[in-house]
Design a protein around this ligand. Structure first.
Ligand SMILES: Cc1cc2nc3c(=O)[nH]c(=O)nc-3n(C[C@H](O)[C@H](O)[C@H](O)COP(=O)(O)OP(=O)(O)OC[C@H]3O[C@@H](n4cnc5c(N)ncnc54)[C@H](O)[C@@H]3O)c2cc1C
Length: 393
């Protein structure tokens, strides 16, 4: 029996970067998508991060992670160009990667990439000493993830239901039924995409054949207002720009420092992060993590770190913490979980520390796969993302 309308309806659990990207890509293909999230509004999970980087990963052998991340960054940049306001929601500033201890190296044949050795002028603009090993990523910049999530959810064909705490998922006949803690049915569909980050584990673990080893990895950023920096930066001399000028682009390599990003109230902010804490399923803001971020800044940008030492006191610094959802090879799990035993059940989770760079690509991958269209990546890369890699034999 042919049921085209029903066949193009999907449920998505989780309204963060992952779920909103899946919903957007499906809706663009004519699907009707209902997104359920237990929070009362945007940004409850890791995608509530005030600002983060979209930047490629490089490796001398241009490994799988590098190739997938590069494709992901390109997909994200195209999406934000279409949906968001440059300068306010995102900016393609380029990113300087300080290659501490020579940790990052470019592939030998990098001619088709947008990464190259940083120039002396770029190193100086970051306030680093001449000769500091650094890479310049031209196709990279900062993004406010909440803005991207909001824009993707505002797409025609996407319907979001907040306050829907999914407790269990179960297959009844041809349908996936999603229930709350009281056993009440919240929704049903033939296609269900689980995109609730680490919390996907609790929903999926009871199912036969499920073995995706999702883990929580807590992280905290420290941030403040640029207007509060002025006095402290008097002594900081940036060799290229005016004294007291902050790097005109984000710098990463040991955490990342980003400045000149509008806060929700329109003031400009600076941001340094992030900490990494394993086996922690809660995300409170901690004073000791501000100290860790201060040390991170002192390693990443020593002159600036020294000048900003006074900014990390409890009266000045602000914090935001969240849980990344990771998988052992640092690549997400995307696609059908086990098409034979669990038909219609899909996942897009495990974005780790790269959700801004990867979620849009994973959303496209999910939607093209579900729509039987050509996939956005070659099969040799898809197999490294496929959730089926965890299917138990
Ligand atoms: C400190 C820190 C810094 C980071 N910096 C960067 C960066 O610079 N660049 C980068 O690319 N990435 C960065 N990341 C990672 C990025 O934020 C994440 O990879 C991304 O936000 C994950 O998106 P997600 O949609 O998978 O998960 P989330 O945003 O966590 O969304 C999951 C959603 O599912 C909902 N949910 C959970 N359980 C249920 C349930 N049972 N029922 C209904 N709804 C449910 C939650 O309410 C939530 O809205 C950082 C993360 C952290 C913590």
């Amino acid at each position: 029996m042919n049921r085209p309308a029903e066949a193009r309806q999907a449920l998505v659990i989780g309204a963060g970067l992952s779920g909103s990207a899946v919903a957007y890509s499906l809706a663009q293909r004519g699907w009707s998508v209902t997104v359920l999230d237990r929070a009362s509004g945007l940004g409850a999970g890791a995608s509530g991060l005030p600002v983060g980087l979209a930047a490629p990963h490089v490796s001398p052998d241009d490994n799988v992670l590098s190739r997938i991340t590069r494709a992901g960054v390109e997909a994200t940049l195209q999406r934000v160009q279409t949906l968001l306001k440059a300068g306010t929601d995102w900016a393609m500033t380029g990113v300087l990667e300080h290659s501490l201890a020579g940790k990052r190296r470019l592939p030998t044949n990098a001619s088709d990439h947008h990464s190259s050795p940083a120039s002396a002028a770029q190193i100086a603009a970051a306030g680093l000493s001449p000769g500091t090993p650094a890479i310049w990523h031209a196709h990279a910049g900062w993004i406010r993830p909440r803005r991207l999530v909001a824009a993707q959810l505002e797409t025609t064909g996407v319907h979001v239901r907040w306050g829907q705490d999914v407790h269990a998922i179960e297959r009844e006949g041809e349908l996936w039924t999603v229930t709350d803690a009281q056993g009440q049915t919240l929704a049903q569909s033939r296609f269900l995409v689980v995109a609730s980050a680490f919390d996907s584990l609790a929903l999926l673990r009871p199912l036969p054949g499920f073995a995706v080893p999702l883990n929580p990895l807590r992280g905290q950023i420290s941030y403040g207002l640029m207007s509060d920096l002025k006095a402290d930066l008097g002594a900081y001399s940036n060799p290229v720009h005016a004294p007291s000028a902050l790097p005109p682009f984000p710098v990463n390599g040991h955490g990342s420092f980003i400045s000149g990003v509008p806060t929700p109230k329109g003031l400009l902010g600076w941001y340094i992060g992030s900490t990494f804490e394993r086996n922690c399923e809660q995300a409170p803001v901690r004073t000791e993590d501000h100290a860790a971020n201060q040390e991170r800044l002192a390693t990443l940008l020593p002159n600036l770190g020294q000048a900003m030492a006074g900014q990390f006191g409890p009266d000045r610094v602000m914090g935001w913490a969240g849980l990344r959802c990771t998988l052992p090879n640092r690549l997400p799990a995307v696609g059908p979980i086990d098409p034979l035993r669990l038909p219609g059940l899909w996942i897009s989770a495990g974005m780790g520390a790269r959700g801004i760079s990867l979620a849009v690509l994973c959303g496209e991958l999910t939607a093209t796969w579900m729509s039987h269209e050509p996939l956005p990546l070659p099969p040799g890369l898809v197999k490294h993302l496929a959730a089926e890699r965890y299917a138990m034999g």
